[in-house]
Design a protein around this ligand. Structure first.
Ligand code: GAP
Length: 442
């Protein structure tokens, strides 16, 4: 299985999905860069989530809060105290640190040295804000995006004239000084979250916790994750984050095992009551009808963009020994097919001239490419045999390959090849945009 993961990592680098950050300097701190295809796919994941939250649900609004906030936010949220810390052990010989819960034996996994007793290690990343270092104030890169939502609770409520229950959705970067980052982009120090906070009456918290759990599972399934590769793990009280009254992890079966991709939390009134206490602002909600004043409970769905990226990539990756084509003899090569959902695939359409030594065919193909480019993420490729170009496109999950051939010059049409079935149909160039839009939406 580790072997499968290294193949996925190799594809991700070779085909421009993910690169190691600062690679020419040997990489940096377990951070990654999303390449030309990676950024398209990542944007597609975020778009699918945003549309799901904002378009498919009522009483939902969006926010884009700053990464840097007053350090008081992090005092109030409990992130600066013991709440947001991992237990770590350190090797007395090589001084490497490990998460205590990941150490199976009482020796250093690197050099066999003796380990210290577990100590708490805070995960917040500190920084200085201000032009003069001595006078600069210390704050932290946010460790979760949702705090920006809580501190804006009143602003959002008043400006949008909302009533409980309602939700606020946000996508953005978060940072944690993880002790043992690893498994490629699974655990990194800089990552992106897609978080939704649902504010409701305490009596309705359980109902909405169950509702949002089902909604989130459905979202992954609708985007191509098989039911059997998803599961729910209820988090026992002693393992729950400091703010949670109830928590569960949505887990995906990665090539390296079952791991969390999203957390669903009932945060109770932890956040709003603490921000009230620390800021001196009364953040209770007043219900005009019942005349009740209370701290709403918060049901949170907290997903990772990077983790779901890795889950979608792992799910889509297929190897076909000898290849899929039946019209030529099977080769010894292994063909890779990236069966990404249409909404997530980075390239929707590729335009391929059948041959590149016939100027009229090349000219027509370039015209088609220019025609489609404003409408779809589109790529033009004329290098290598047509079969090889199909393989290259299958490997990155391109949904349709359009081939301009000799017949195209007479009939003003071309072939549209489907990635999954490899079936080809001729479509007139004048109808292309409409036909492709319909196909991609269904
Ligand atoms: N606001 C709640 C919260 O942040 P969490 O369970 O700590 O909850 C939520 O994180 C999600 O954020 C995780 O399920 C995961 O997808 C993502 N995440 C957390 N730490 C991460 C890391 N170091 N690298 C990549 N993704 C991470």
């Amino acid at each position: 299985m580790a072997d499968l993961m290294s193949k996925i990592i190799s594809l991700a680098k070779r085909r421009g999905f993910i690169f190691l950050s600062s690679e020419i300097y040997g990489g940096f701190g377990s951070c990654y860069d999303f390449g030309p295809l990676g950024v398209e796919m990542k944007n597609n994941i975020k778009k699918a989530w945003w549309e799901e939250m904002i378009k498919n649900h009522e009483d939902m609004v969006g926010l884009d809060a700053a990464i840097l906030m007053s350090s008081k936010v992090w005092q109030a949220s409990g992130h600066l105290t013991a709440g947001f810390a991992d237990l770590l052990v350190e090797c007395k010989s090589c001084h490497k640190r490990f998460r205590a819960d990941e150490i199976k034996i009482k020796k250093c996994p690197e050099c066999g040295g003796q380990l210290t007793e577990p100590r708490k290690f805070n995960l917040m990343m500190r920084t200085l804000v201000g032009p003069v270092e001595e006078e600069a104030s210390t704050t932290y890169l946010r460790a979760e995006t949702c705090q920006g939502i809580y501190v804006n609770f009143e602003n959002i409520l008043n400006s949008m004239r909302l009533k409980i229950p309602f939700g606020v959705a946000q996508i953005g970067k978060a940072f944690r000084n993880e002790i043992t980052p690893g498994d490629f982009i699974y655990r990194t120090r800089e990552f992106e979250q897609m978080e939704m906070q649902w504010f409701c009456h305490p009596k309705e918290a359980k109902k909405y916790f169950d509702y949002w759990t089902k909604e989130r599972l459905k979202w992954y399934e609708n985007l191509g994750i098989k039911k059997e590769n998803l599961r729910i793990k209820e988090v026992p009280a002693k393992e729950r984050p400091h703010y949670a009254r109830q928590a569960l992890d949505l887990e995906y079966k990665f090539p390296f095992g079952w791991k969390e991709i999203e957390g669903i939390h009932n945060r109770g009134d932890w956040d709003l009551s603490n921000h009230s206490k620390y800021s001196g602002k009364d953040l209770r909600y007043y219900d005009e009808e019942t005349k009740e004043k209370y701290f709403p409970y918060i049901i949170e769905t907290s997903g990772g963009v990077d983790r779901s990226f890795l889950a979608f990539l792992s799910e889509a990756y297929q190897e076909i020994p000898g290849g899929r084509t039946k019209t030529t003899k099977p080769t010894k090569e292994i063909e890779i097919l990236l069966k990404l959902h249409k909404a997530l695939a980075p390239i929707k359409v590729a335009v391929l001239p059948l041959v590149r030594n016939k100027p009229k065919i090349v000219k027509k193909a370039k015209e088609v490419y220019q025609l489609l480019k404003p409408h779809f993420v589109c790529q033009y490729d004329e290098l290598g045999s047509i079969g090889r170009r199909y393989r290259r496109m299958d490997e990155v999950g391109t949904i349709y390959c359009l081939t301009v051939d000799f017949e195209s010059l007479e009939k003003e049409d071309l072939t549209v090849r489907d990635r999954d079935t490899m079936a080809q149909e001729r479509v007139e160039i004048k109808d292309l945009i409409k036909v492709l839009k319909e196909k991609l939406e269904n």
